[in-house]
Design a protein around this ligand. Structure first.
Ligand SMILES: [Zn+2]
Length: 272
């Protein structure tokens, strides 16, 4: 059957039919040139070409209203395709943290919040990451992504922007995927020893509460390379790794990149 080239293009981007809150929409299509973008909700995201394929990750935030949306693909200002996508609700639980007086008095040092926010919003057009991530530590997940946090029984209005993985003090922490180290800070006050990696295409990963930081800022890292060691520095009640993944500045459940094993019994004490 003969079809005009425009129509072929128009049906060419692959989009999942549904996605859950706190997860990523992965789209791919033919690399038709520069200036490809995808609009979702109120934002427009760049589409990158890698290995001859146009690809993009579109974040769906924890508070994105469930329902039906359109993803609109464009090249420059020309609309190429509209796809419908259903956002499904994720059931996020609440979790209380018994914070000590000392923990409650912790304040971010100058630049701590700003540098991590800037990293999360970094969009490098080069792709450095692998499709399959590796867990940074082998320990089970004892605090899931997206839980509503309470401190000493009082709602904080904040949700958990990553996962906590169990790990003994001094356990090596490995880069979940290849990338470039943008932040390597041994002494953030709230986050503690912190490493932040840019993986390209708007994806970054953040590792907190380290006892020791090994990675150096500006250095390239390979997937699985040791970047630091588990600790309980900053706002933490016990040794663990807080690991966050961000896509275009939006926190996304790291389980979207590698499935983590939940701990069997719920833990009473949790870090941040
Ligand atoms: Zn955490």
């Amino acid at each position: 059957m003969m079809m005009p080239a425009g129509l072929l293009l128009a049906a060419a981007f692959l989009v999942p039919s549904e996605v859950r809150q706190g997860r990523v929409i992965r789209v791919s299509g033919p690399a038709t040139g520069e200036g490809l973008s995808a609009e979702f909700g109120t934002k427009t995201f760049p589409i990158f070409v890698h290995g001859g394929v146009a690809q993009a990750m579109i974040p769906v935030s924890v508070d994105q209203k469930p329902g039906q949306y359109e993803v609109i693909f464009r090249q420059g200002k020309t609309e190429l395709q509209r796809s419908t996508l259903t956002v499904r609700k994720t059931a996020f639980r609440t979790q209380n943290i018994q914070a000590t007086k000392q923990m409650k008095e912790l304040r971010p040092i100058p630049g701590e919040v700003e540098r991590m926010q800037a990293l999360a919003a970094t969009v490098t057009p080069v792709r450095l990451f692998e499709d399959a991530f590796v867990p940074p530590v082998s320990g089970c997940q004892n605090s899931p992504f997206g839980v509503q946090r309470l401190h000493n029984g009082k709602p904080t209005g904040a949700y958990h922007r990553g996962v906590d993985q169990r790990g003994a003090q001094g356990t090596p922490i490995r880069a979940a995927a290849s990338g470039k180290v943008v932040v390597a800070q041994p002494d953030f006050q709230v986050r503690g020893g912190t490493v932040g990696i840019d993986h390209g295409h708007g994806l970054t990963s953040h590792y907190l509460h380290m006892s020791r930081v090994i990675a150096r800022e500006g250095q390239g890292v390979k997937q699985g390379e040791i970047i630091g060691y588990v600790g309980s520095t900053g706002f933490a009640t016990a040794a663990h790794l807080h690991w966050g993944t961000y896509v275009h500045g939006t926190p996304i459940d790291p389980n979207d990149f590698v499935a983590l094993r939940p701990c069997a019994a719920p833990q009473r004490k949790k870090g941040r």
